[in-house]
Design a protein around this ligand. Structure first.
Ligand SMILES: O=P(O)(O)OC[C@H]1O[C@](O)(CO)[C@@H](O)[C@@H]1O
Length: 221
């Protein structure tokens, strides 16, 4: 299982990288917008300095094959050939995924709202597919079934594509989707922090320390 952070906040990534096993970071233009008009490539290079092993998934903006290929080249020239190029799965995106794979790029197929869209991206050779869990739930789709079906399809047909589930709005969705068979999830640090900073957990820990101190009159073992 791979856990990625759906954020480009250096502070959030630095803190969580020291606490949990982070596999990489994902971004899209909406996530970048929160940081204003930054130099994205320089910003991401700083994130790589936190942990050189972090996978970077960076989204293209171009909407035609030519423009997507140009964006992909710029991304890889700036950040290295191990960077994953995120390409939205529409007609233009699909044929470009094929082309990018022929040229040796690493590709994450994104903006996936349906099982069939995901299947087409797998067939075109995407390394990862990123189904949008919360956005599909909002469309009353059974996301657990979709992930189970996709995993079955990938395993049965022996594709090497991995499911990188994205767009979560609560941790319940994350665990459900991991259990359904996703290979990887990308999660907003706020959702992870909600669990790690839970008042219920803190209360239980404080109670243990209080009980120890009452018994032994000290706060160490
Ligand atoms: O519904 P949201 O939270 O905007 O998420 C969209 C998702 O798409 C991604 O761009 C993945 O491709 C993630 O970075 C993000 O989790």
């Amino acid at each position: 299982m791979k856990l990625l952070l759906d954020s480009i906040s250096q502070n959030e990534i630095e803190v969580l990288n020291s606490v949990i096993d982070c596999y990489g970071v994902t971004s899209n233009p909406t996530i970048v917008k929160k940081h204003g008009k930054i130099n994205l490539f320089e910003h991401l290079k700083e994130i790589k300095k936190i942990n050189a092993d972090l996978e970077l998934h960076v989204q293209v903006v171009g909407q035609t094959k030519e423009k997507i290929l140009k964006d992909a080249k710029n991304i890889v020239d700036a950040l290295g050939s191990d960077t994953f190029i995120k390409v939205p799965v529409d007609k233009g995106g699909l044929c470009t995924i094929k082309e990018l794979k022929k040229k040796g790029y690493r590709v994450t197929a994104t903006a996936i709202y349906s099982e069939f869209q995901a299947i087409l991206a797998v067939m075109n050779g995407a390394d990862y597919i990123a189904p949008y869990i919360n956005r599909m739930s909002n469309m009353e789709k059974n996301t657990v079934e979709i992930i189970k079906n996709l995993r079955r399809f990938i395993d049965h047909e022996k594709y090497s594509t991995q499911i990188l589930a994205a767009s979560f709005k609560n941790i319940g969705q994350v665990t459900e989707i991991i259990n359904a068979g996703a290979h990887a999830v990308t999660v907003n640090p706020d959702l992870i922090n909600e669990v790690l900073l839970s008042p219920t957990v803190n209360k239980a820990i404080d109670q243990f320390v209080d009980d120890w101190e009452m018994t032994f009159n000290r706060k160490e073992i």
